[in-house]
Design a protein around this ligand. Structure first.
Ligand code: SF4
Length: 312
C-alpha cells in the first residue's frame, strides 16, 4: 500500500487506519518536535500534490476488503493534509465506502479558509493542533512559513466550531521551557472559551524530534496543566508505556522533575523509576554530558541535581 497504512493502535483514536495524502514533509510549519524531519516543501499553497484518483483507488481497495478491521479512518499526511486540494473529495468518497468515523489531523493553519472548513465538514472528528497563543512561543515551536498567521489560525478555529457539527479534539503539545508558563496557559484558557473543543488533548515530546533540544514535560507537569485547563482536558501521553520502553526523553523528564524536588543517588532513582542500574546510569550519563544534571558528593556518596541547562 502506498497511501494507506495500519491499522495502528492510537491512544487518541483507538485502532486507526491511516491515509497519508502528501509527499514527505509538505507543510507550512517546521515544528521543533516533528518526527518526520525538517520541512522539505515549505508552502501554504493548496495543490493536488498526489493525484486524488490514485489515493481514491487504493482507499476503495482497502475499504472494500473485509479483512481490514479498524475503529477510525484517519486522514493525515507526511505534512499538513489540508494543503491537498482533493481532501474534501477524498473524505466524501471515504464516507460513501465506510460506516466508521472519519478523522482528520490538522495543524490548523488553513482553517481560516472557508473552502477548507467546508471540505472538513465531511469528517466526523477533527484533531486540530494549537501549541501556543503567544506569538513568540508559536514561532519558536512551530516555526511557521511567512504565509502563516497566528491570529488567522485562532479565527479559523472559532469559525470551525460554529460550522462543524462533529467532534473537535484540540491537541496542545508542550515543549519543556517554552509553552507551559502562566501567561501561556492564561491565554490558551481565554481562547478555548471561544473555540469550545469537545476535548483538549495534552501531549508532549515522546517521539524522536527533529530538534534534539525539544524536550518533554514530566507526568507531574502534564497533570498540573490538565488541572489548570479544566474538565475537558486529558493527558494523552502514555507515560507507563514510555517508561517501560525506556523512551529516553520521557525518562529524562521524569528524572529532572524528581531531582528538582531533592538531590538523589542512582539507587534512589532506580527505585523511583523501577529500572535497572545500567539503564538509569546510561540516561544519567547522557543528561550529565548535555548539562541537564550535575553531581555533588556527600558522605562518600554521589548525588544528582538539576544542571545549568535544565531549563524548567
Ligand atoms: S505541522 Fe505536523 S507535519 Fe508539519 S512540521 Fe508540524 S508536526 Fe511536522
Amino acid at each position: 500500500m502506498k497511501y494507506c497504512f495500519g491499522p495502528v493502535p492510537s491512544r487518541r483514536l483507538g485502532l486507526s487506519l491511516g491515509v497519508d495524502i502528501l509527499p514527505l514533509k509538505t507543510c507550512n510549519l517546521n515544528c521543533v518536535y516533528c518526527e518526520l524531519g525538517s520541512t522539505k516543501k515549505y508552502t501554504c499553497e493548496r495543490n493536488e500534490y498526489i493525484p486524488a484518483g490514485h489515493i481514491r483507488a487504493e482507499l476503495e481497495e482497502v475499504l472494500c476488503s473485509e479483512k481490514t478491521a479498524f475503529d477510525v479512518l484517519t486522514f493525515t499526511a507526511s505534512g499538513e493534509p489540508t494543503l491537498h486540494t482533493g481532501l474534501g473529495e477524498l473524505l466524501a468518497f471515504a464516507k460513501g465506502h465506510t460506516d466508521k468515523p472519519l478523522a482528520v489531523i490538522t495543524n490548523s493553519t488553513l482553517l481560516s479558509d472557508s473552502q477548507v472548513r467546508e471540505e472538513l465538514c465531511h469528517a466526523d472528528i477533527l484533531l486540530p493542533s494549537l501549541d501556543s497563543v503567544v506569538l513568540d512561543s508559536f514561532r519558536r515551536i512551530n516555526r511557521p512559513a511567512k504565509c502563516v498567521d497566528l491570529k488567522s489560525i485562532l479565527d479559523g478555529l472559532i469559525k470551525l466550531r460554529k460550522e462543524f457539527k462533529g467532534k473537535i479534539w484540540l491537541e496542545v503539545l508542550f515543549v519543556r521551557g517554552i509553552n507551559h508558563g502562566t501567561d501561556e496557559i492564561r491565554g490558551l484558557k481565554e481562547i478555548l472559551k471561544s473555540i469550545q473543543p469537545d476535548k483538549i488533548q495534552l501531549n508532549t515530546v515522546v517521539r524522536p524530534p527533529v530538534e534534539s533540544w525539544a524536550n518533554p514535560l514530566s507526568k507531574r507537569q502534564m497533570e498540573e496543566l490538565k488541572e489548570q485547563l479544566g474538565e475537558k482536558a486529558e493527558v494523552v501521553v502514555d507515560y507507563r508505556h514510555s517508561m517501560e520502553k525506556g523512551v529516553q526523553p520521557i525518562l529524562e523528564a521524569e528524572i529532572l522533575d524528581t531531582l528538582l524536588r531533592r538531590p538523589l543517588s542512582i539507587e534512589d532513582l532506580q527505585e523511583i523509576l523501577g529500572l535497572g542500574a545500567e539503564s538509569v546510569q546510561e540516561v544519567l550519563n547522557r543528561m550529565y554530558s548535555s548539562g541537564l544534571i550535575k553531581t555533588e558528593a556527600f558522605n562518600n556518596k554521589l548525588y544528582y541535581l538539576p544542571g545549568d541547562r535544565a531549563g524548567v
